[in-house]
Ligand binder design. Structure first.
Ligand code: NAD
Length: 482
């Protein structure tokens, strides 16, 4: 059993109805202090096959549970998650580092998917179509796709799980979750609450592991798994896609981004700065829809840089467990190294340091919120996802130039822009090659909208009714002899 108050230092994985300690454990540390938080079951291929078997067995009954009952159980899960907001938030901050206020926000955001899909479970409809002969009728039935593998990242330890598992369970699928090695505790707490809500054992399984390759190999090749829903980096996503090919699994790939944030001359600069702070520095810059490149038109360039730097100076860096903190630590030293490398490369090639630019005096994996101006397309930050608190500001003159710069990337997840002119807004929205575009807004995630990317940012959508359909198959039934 997983204790939601988490007073013990050990955590078992969940396979069917068994909490499995395994022969080995791996350490989970607090990124703000380096302290050991927990020893977690380190499972491998064999236990993953057991989890798939448990999900496969449970699927036979779960898919037959009436939609209204599945809805009731999901709703109960939602209620329990909301009731345990403080415990879940504390756990998340402990293992991931984000400020408590953000963790509480993530519990609310993550729970909203459970609430939404509890409602949608009752609205999975098929259709009848005109037949192709006088004695024929066409029926289209929507069925659950089967066992789902959900492989999730550490940056949103709770919401990335509910965004997949709630629609999967609503559709009548069962799931095997492989949480990120840095943040398994939130996943286990969520699963414990799902069981408490009455979701049957086997419908939700959690396989924890220090090294994901063996678990991933089973999840992407076992024929009983019919869908792999992955959120993480583009290189890992490509690898998993290739592995899924051998058994022709459906996949959902929520991958990396390189979001542009364009500020046009006619923008409300103060609003753009507020949007920039939300879009760039939330979760210390470790979100897939984080702005990676600020493209600012010459007429407002200096004002934007100055106001942004002023706001960045007000951000309070520290241990996320303390109230009033805006920026917690990065997830690990490798993350710090990447930000440092992007800053060094940009400065080397002529960028101007406006704010920050150093590892933080707090040590561990803290990095100063940073602003670089006069960034140019030859710098690494133009092409790679920084995933840290670095705002890189580019200058442009003409609208077409901004659009070309914005689209000059293999990624296509989220894009932001600030402008007032109606025609400009419409044209820029159409020209941006992105799955999601935010206009005069710095935050766009909601369970009500389809979230996802194009190009190398991924396949499929999560959220809204589109997110539910991803876990269903269409069955065409030809009725003849009528
Ligand atoms: P990652 O790709 O390193 O890991 C993601 C998950 O995949 C983890 O659970 C990890 O253990 C697992 N994994 C890694 N190798 C595997 C393998 N061979 N087989 C099976 N599983 C494997 O990504 P990360 O560092 O945890 O997360 C950050 C990345 O995620 C960023 O690129 C970010 O943009 C992206 N992300 C995307 C979205 C989105 O919705 N598009 C949301 C959040 C994060």
């Amino acid at each position: 059993m997983f204790d939601i108050e988490f007073k013990s230092q050990r955590a078992a994985a969940l396979i069917g109805e068994r909490w499995v300690e395994g022969d080995r454990q791996f350490a989970v540390n607090n990124p703000a202090t380096g302290e050991l938080i927990a020893l977690v079951a380190d499972l491998g291929a064999e236990e993953t096959r057991e989890a798939v078997a448990a999900a496969d067995t449970a699927m036979a009954d779960w898919r037959r549970v009436p939609a209204k009952e599945r809805s009731r159980l999901l709703r109960r899960w939602f209620d329990l998650v909301v009731e345990h907001t403080d415990q879940l938030a504390r756990l998340m901050t402990l293992e991931q580092g984000k400020p408590l206020a953000e963790s509480r926000g993530e519990v609310g955001y993550g729970a909203s998917f459970i609430e939404f899909y509890a409602e949608e479970a009752k609205r999975i409809a098929g259709e009848t179509l005109p037949g192709h002969g006088a004695d024929k009728r066409i029926l289209v039935v929507r069925e659950p796709i089967g066992v789902v593998a959900a492989i999730t990242p550490w940056n949103f330890p709770l919401a990335m799980i509910t965004r997949k598992c709630a629609p999967a369970l609503a559709a009548g699928c069962t799931v095997v979750i492989k949480p990120a090695e840095a943040t398994p505790l939130t996943a286990l707490a969520l699963a414990a609450l799902a069981l408490e809500a009455g979701i049957p054992a086997g419908a939700i399984n959690v396989v924890t592991a220090k090294s994901p390759a063996a678990v991933g190999e089973v999840l992407t090749t076992d024929p009983r798994v019919r869908k792999v829903s992955f959120t993480g980096s583009t290189p890992v996503g490509k690898k998993l896609l290739a592995q899924c090919a051998s058994t022709v699994k459906k996949t959902a790939m929520e991958l990396g981004g390189n979001a542009p944030f364009i500020v046009f001359d006619d923008a409300d600069v103060d609003a753009a700065v507020e949007g920039a702070i939300a879009s760039k520095y939330r979760n210390a810059g470790q979100t897939c829809v984080c702005t990676n490149r600020f493209l600012v038109q010459s007429g407002v360039y200096d004002a934007f840089v100055e106001k942004l730097a002023e706001r960045v100076r007000q951000l309070k860096v520290g241990n996320g467990q303390e109230e009033g903190i805006n920026i917690g630590p990065l997830i690990n030293q490798a993350a710090v190294d990447k930000v440092s490398a992007h800053v060094a490369d940009a400065l080397d090639k002529g960028a101007r340091l406006v704010e920050g630019g150093q590892t933080h005096a707090l040590g561990h994996s803290f990095y100063e919120p940073t602003v670089l101006a006069d960034v140019t397309p030859d710098m690494a930050v133009a092409h790679e996802e920084t995933f840290g608190p670095l705002a890189a500001v580019f200058r442009f003159d003409q609208d077409d130039q901004a659009i070309a710069m914005a689209n000059d990337t293999p990624f296509g997840l989220a894009a932001y822009f600030y402008a007032r002119d109606y025609k400009r807004i419409w044209h820029v929205m159409e020209a941006l090659e992105y799955g999601m575009v935010a206009v005069n807004e710095g935050l766009l995630s909601t369970e009500l909208a389809p979230f996802g990317g194009i190009k190398e940012s991924g396949l499929g959508r999560e959220g809204s009714h589109h997110g539910l359909e991803e876990f269903t198959e269409l069955k065409y039934v030809c009725l003849g002899g009528l």
